[in-house]
Design a protein around this ligand. Sequence first.
Ligand code: F6R
Length: 613
Amino acid sequence: MCGIIGYVGKKNSVPFIIDGLKKLEYRGYDSAGISILQEEKLVTVRAVGKVAELEKAALLANPKGQCGIGHTRWATHGKPCEENSHPHTDCTGEIVVVHNGIIENFLTLREKLSSLGHRFKSETDTEVIAHLIEENLKTACGATPKERLINAVRKTNGEISGAYAYGVLWAQVPGFLLGVKNQSPMVVGLGKDENFLSSDVPAFLKHTNKVLFLEDGEMAELTETGVKLLDKNGAEKPLKPVKINWDQKTAEKGGYEHFMLKEIYDQPQAIEDTLRTAQTDFGKLLNLNTRELRALQQVHIIACGTAYHAGLVGKYYIENFAGIPVTVDLASEYKYRCVPRTAGTLAIAVSQSGETADTIGAIRKAKELGFKTLAICNVLASTLTRVCDATFYTHCGPEISVASTKAFTSQLTSLYALALFLGKAKGNISEASFNSLYKELLTLSKFMADAVKIEYEVRHITKRVYKAPHFLFLGRNVNFPIALEGALKLKEVSYRSAEGFAAGEIKHGPISIIEKGTPTIVLMPADSLFEKMLSACQECRARGAFVIAVTTQEGARLAKDSVDKTIILPYAGELLQPVLNVVALQFFAYWTAKRLGCEIDQPRNLAKSVTVE
Ligand code: F6R
């Protein structure tokens, strides 16, 4: 995730662009930059850090011009530094590009362009777009520079692959901006004598609420006086703008009331983006050859909070597919327990922020013990990624809400993919099984897109139970950590007391806390453990619990006489189902907190990154 903005109009574009970038900061904030066309010359200013740093640099450089582009970055390729900040230019310095997304074939293109004499100044995938446009301009047809630019950009789109949206400015066509969209967001704001290009509406909402949402494959041409929309074949399309009635704050959250809700809905995309890089990255990731991989004896997973719950699920995945014994530790405990120095150990730290002090301390200990270390992390170049030998990134974009949602399901997805890779490398699963299991994994984002449709059902159920003082969550096997996560999520955002248990354990003690009406949320898809879960429901119900089953269509049919309410999810298979089940619990926590009037995105006493021990 990054934020793009472009302005063309009668006024000086700089204040519009800086202000727009501030509104897009929720999409990324490790560096920012602008390029302004000033008297037919491009002036670029870039700065590491938040947009406020760019603003200071822009005040000093003081560029002025009626057409410009800007970018706030969430690093994916290349560390956060000035050279990697957008806008990026071609060799002539006359073409500038701002980009959001990932160009998957950038390495191949970079090699090809380098062999043609192009010189690269950054480590980013974005820079290939600028050079490719430069290259394609050499042969592009058209009577005017503008027509040639459009044709060169269209050719470029045919050569790049991945999910992207980008904006282009060419010094030879003053007062003209191009915006391209393919699987990453791009919107156009239609103003009076001025038009805007952006990743999201809040960037220009102050100036216009007339918005054009681009479709994949479309391209928008912007000038001061108008906007032209082209389809993927280059044919002009009629403009169908919509009027947005959101206020500024709502707009930053994509129309959702809270970031937590928006991030729950981001999950299909987050999973897709995470998997997009998994296949290429895991192979080379650990720098271990086949012999070394086969010699792996054990895995230690280390994490805190929600990431720890992801690690607990990861244990089932790795033991199931790779047959390697796994221990999962709370990072704050790992640091102080006696860990035997065993050869062939891989230590995996799971962390959204990569800045959690306990996790960093624990992985340092694993390193000192001579273990190979891998981070599963969401933030590029964070401390954890610098400490570990290798990193696999979850590409879910910035997570703003303190309560983690999309990072968790991206971590589960990554751990599943890692387990498959380890299983193949260890010879525990055949190439053919790997291929078919991986194919199944690639369908997960589609299941997730269906899973998020249950919000209304869950919302309705919370109306019945939200005032309860205490909640129970039950799961078994791979769904046991999901029960723990459901309880944590509810505690965090609603301040209610909640506990997660392994369903088989309740009869050994916890059942005593059940009284009339205790909401008991049971994770029970129709799988191999369904009947055991059904017994747990009956045990709880017999003692007065109000049982809510999180299940599948078939499970709902079979459980109808044993439970009070059902939440029905699509079925993705026994090991992938936890990734969907947690969505029901995220909505459950959200709606309970909302009904109780809690501060959802920033719950009391909590911080997004816990950087102290
Ligand atoms: C819960 C939550 C926390 C974090 C934990 C670790 O919603 O967000 O429990 O999961 O503090 O944080 P990271 O993943 O940044 O290491």
